[in-house]
Design a protein around this ligand. Structure first.
Ligand SMILES: [Zn+2]
Length: 131
């Protein structure tokens, strides 16, 4: 199952602030129904309870390309080298404090993707390889 967390969202239409569930992490082997919304950039859909305005949040999402040993962080905002390095640093920190993850990380390729087009290609390849 995808793991989610609760974030505070401010409605772009009526400025109402509300809490919404957003996706942090997706295991593609288990969450295949999320591949389609991911490809259209609409994985994180929230709706204002007051005026019903729908928004799609640009948050970073971690994707496990299981059973391939590939972890992708999709983050449209990580366009600079510094932003990418900071994500990479977070990843190393998380991994280094967890013995099981450290072992997994040794055999896992970690990639940061900022462009939806590139993510689409990876997801299409994944779908072709794992029908
Ligand atoms: Zn609203």
């Amino acid at each position: 199952m995808a793991s989610t967390s609760v974030v505070e969202v401010k409605c772009s239409k009526c400025k109402n602030a509300y809490e919404a569930d957003v996706i942090d992490h997706i295991d593609l082997s288990e969450d295949r129904d999320l591949i389609k919304p991911l490809k259209s950039g609409k994985a994180n859909r929230v709706q204002c309870p007051k005026c019903k305005k729908v928004m799609y949040l640009d948050r970073s999402i971690v994707l496990n390309f299981e059973p391939e040993n590939v972890i992708v962080v999709f983050d449209k905002k990580a366009r600079t080298t510094a932003a990418k390095e900071s994500l990479m640093e977070d990843y190393r920190n998380v991994v280094s404090f967890n013995e099981i993850l450290s072992e997994v990380a040794e055999e896992t390729e970690f990639t940061i993707i900022t462009k939806l087009d590139k993510l689409k290609v990876m997801l299409d390849d994944y779908l072709k390889a794992h029908k």
